[in-house]
Every structure is written in C-alpha cells, then in structure tokens.
Write a protein of this length. Structure first.
Length: 238
C-alpha cells in the first residue's frame, strides 16, 4: 500500500475517513458534535478549548484559522456550556499552503458551513471570512480567549498575534496550536512572549500551549520591530 494508492482510490478514501473517525470515537458526549469533522485537533486539545471557552464570563472568544470548524465546534460547545460568550471564527478560506504543507481553500468554507449547520454551532459562531489585519482595524470588543491556529510561519503567527494583542482583556488567555515544533513560527513567538514578561506559561496539552496575559505593557516581538530578522539586523549594522 503506497501513498498514491491512499490518495487516489476509493478504498484509500475509505481508509482516510476511518483514520479521521476512529480517534473521534474517544470523544465524550459533550464534544460528540466534533465527530467526523476533519482537522488535526486531538481529543485532549479539544477538551482544553472546551474548558477555556466555558470559563469565559465577559468579553469574547476569537479563533484565528477555522478550516472546517473542528476547533470552532469545541469553542462553541464550551461557550454554550458556560456563559455564552460570542465566538468569532476568522478564516479567509482562500487558497493557502500552510507551513506544514497542508493545502487549504474555498472548499473548506463549504465544509465549515456544513459542519456549523450539522452541529448546530451556527447559533454560537460568527464566521468572519477575512484576515486579522483587516478585521482588527475596526475591532472594539475585549478578547478574553484567543486561539491561534492560522498561518504557522513566524511572520504569519506574529502578525496575527500583534493584530489582536491590543484587543486582549487584561487577564486574557492565548492558546497556540502546533506550538512545540521548532521549525515553525508558534514556538519562536511563544519563547519571545515568555521572555517579554507580558505573558506566563499556564500549560501545554498535546501540541497546544496556553499562555495567560499578565495585564501589563504589551509584548514587543521581533517581527514588530523594523529590523525583523537577524539577517536584517546584520545587514543594517554592516
Ligand atoms: C491548520 S488549519 C486550522 C485548523 C482548525 N483550527 C481546526 O481545528 O480544524 C489552518 C487554517 O488557517 C487558515 N489561515 C491561513 N492564513 C490565515 C490568516 N491570515 N488568518 C486566518 N486564518 C488563516 C487557513 O485557511 C486554514 O483553514
């Protein structure tokens, strides 16, 4: 059995669906609506998002990178079981190749709509089909929970974080996916945020890292600096 066979045959498609669905059998009743929704969020990671969303009493929940709605559903169900904080799901759903090689595009928008309807989470979720830079210019709601799972390049994740940073509530929680892989952006950004003393590490679950804002001055991260990369700095000094 090779990769082309898995990608191109009906039997391969059946195996792909099984691979998605078998781990989902472990999801408890409260997250049952996530079953079969494609994505990379594991059970324990979804439970963390659910618990965090259920604890949001004031302000709102923002997701950056929704794909087909897997993590969106965890946030929506959590919010519903807690205090009903609004969930804003941001994803342009435009053709995009991720830092880990995943291909995304408008078909994901269709699947997102289907999954919101099937799960009933359209009642809780407001889809914003735009990027953070466009949206945050006119944003006025304090963000108590920010979940970042969009562009994992360092420039991408730090751009998204910077856009939202000034909208964070004083004790906001910020969660990053794919946060442990040193080849991509979230790990580097998290290190900078912890070194800035503006955030503290709460915990890591699976590949997800949870930080809490310490409510002080905003963190200044290197991508926000005009000399963004070490090479730029070296060239400027030369
Ligand atoms: C890894 S997927 C998200 C998975 C989703 N959170 C889940 O649990 O299934 C990454 C998504 O980020 C989106 N994306 C890429 N650039 C983005 C940006 N600047 N802002 C928001 N989303 C972005 C892609 O379109 C893609 O759908």
């Amino acid at each position: 059995m090779n990769l082309a066979w898995i990608a191109n045959t009906n039997a391969g498609a059946f195996l792909r669906r099984l691979r998605i669905r078998i781990p989902d059998l472990r999801l408890g009743a409260e997250l049952g609506a996530m079953r079969g929704v494609e994505g990379w969020l594991a059970k324990e990671e979804a439970e963390l998002l659910f618990a965090l969303a259920s604890g949001v009493e004031t302000g709102c929940i923002v997701e950056v990178g929704s794909y087909r709605g897997r993590s969106t559903i965890a946030l929506a169900l959590g919010s519903r079981s807690g205090h009903g904080a609004p969930v804003f799901a941001l994803d342009p759903h435009e053709p995009f190749t991720g830092a880990l090689g995943g291909d995304f595009g408008p078909e994901d928008r269709a699947a997102f709509y289907r999954n919101m309807l099937r799960s009933g989470c359209y009642l809780d979720v407001r889809l914003i089909n735009l990027d953070s830079e466009t949206v945050t210019r006119g944003w006025s709601k304090p963000v108590s929970l920010l979940w970042i799972d969009g562009d994992h390049s360092y420039q991408g994740v730090s751009r998204d974080f910077n856009c939202w940073q000034t909208h964070l509530a004083p004790d906001a929680q910020v969660v990053f996916d794919d946060s442990l892989d040193p080849r991509i952006g979230p790990a580097r950004l998290i290190k900078e945020l912890l070194e800035s003393d503006a955030f503290e590490l709460v915990r890591t679950v699976g590949k997800v890292t949870l930080l809490r804002s310490l409510g002080g001055r905003p963190a200044v991260i290197s991508s926000a600096h005009p000399l963004a990369s070490p090479r730029d700095v070296r060239q400027a000094r030369a």
